[in-house]
Design a protein around this ligand. Structure first.
Ligand SMILES: N[C@@H](CCC(=O)N[C@@H](CS)C(=O)NCC(=O)O)C(=O)O
Length: 227
């Protein structure tokens, strides 16, 4: 049994989709980041960066104590390696999957997050910042489009790289990202959303326009001090 901490959103959905694809029994543990639950001492023990998602595996492969994992890249690799699926084991195939997982967690995810932040949440609408992150998320999407030229999936077979790169695109309206100019990303996205496991997950997801934040929520999400 895996405990999965976190409610929804693009990062949590990476773990949700991987778990659904692998058919693992999961116990969802809600963490309401709008109310500061990411700062509780219990949660910080498993997720010291106060971010969701995190998982606890009660049946680790070494037969020892439960193992906690934070950071979506680490969670995806942990699950893929434990179950021997969604990541090849040969040197070159594994390298490729890791490259694109790292590309996502260091590039596509944070840049989409910043684009959304400056478009939707920044108190001052700063044209430079909006333009900077919008340009960069479009550049990154073009990089993904080029990679997907002539391919069904990012690596040779469907993998955690695809899962990592998919979930932020579900929320692309929040980053004013359109896929019209990225035909390979568009057809890959359709291939992804037609996978039965992903379809089941997407049935539970509603993309709403970003809601205005209260001052307290701003302090919790963008402040420097824990609640
Ligand atoms: N690098 C992290 C990012 C996780 C992340 O940013 N999670 C957001 C929700 S999408 C969060 O927990 N925010 C709460 C906060 O910043 O206090 C990962 O890939 O796991």
């Amino acid at each position: 049994m895996i405990d999965l901490y976190g409610n929804g959103g693009p990062n949590v959905l990476k773990a949700v989709i991987a778990i659904e694809e692998l058919g693992i029994a999961v116990n969802r543990v809600p963490v309401n980041i709008m109310e500061g639950e990411q700062y509780t001492p219990e949660f910080l023990k498993i997720s010291p960066n106060n971010k969701v998602p995190a998982i606890v595996d009660h049946d680790p492969a070494d037969g020892g104590e439960p193992i906690s994992v934070f950071e979506t890249g680490a969670i995806l690799v942990y699950l893929a390696e434990k179950y021997g699926k969604l990541m090849p084991t040969d040197l070159r195939g594994r390298k490729t999957v890791l490259e694109w997982v790292f590309w996502q967690v260091s590039g596509q995810g944070p840049i989409a997050g910043q684009a959304g932040h400056f478009l939707n949440y920044a108190a001052d609408k700063l044209p430079y910042a909006i333009n900077r992150f919008s340009t960069e998320i479009n550049r990154l999407t073009k990089v993904l489009d080029t990679r997907l030229q002539g391919r069904d999936y990012i690596a040779d077979d469907y993998s955690i790289a695809d899962i990592a790169c998919f979930t932020w695109l579900i929320f692309r309206s929040h980053h004013a990202l359109e896929l019209d100019e990225y035909p390979n990303v568009q057809s890959w996205y359709q291939r992804m959303e037609n996978r039965p496991a992903i379809r089941r997950v997407l049935e539970t997801v509603t993309v709403k326009p970003p809601a205005p934040l209260t001052d307290e929520q701003r302090a919790l999400l963008f402040g420097t001090k824990p609640a």
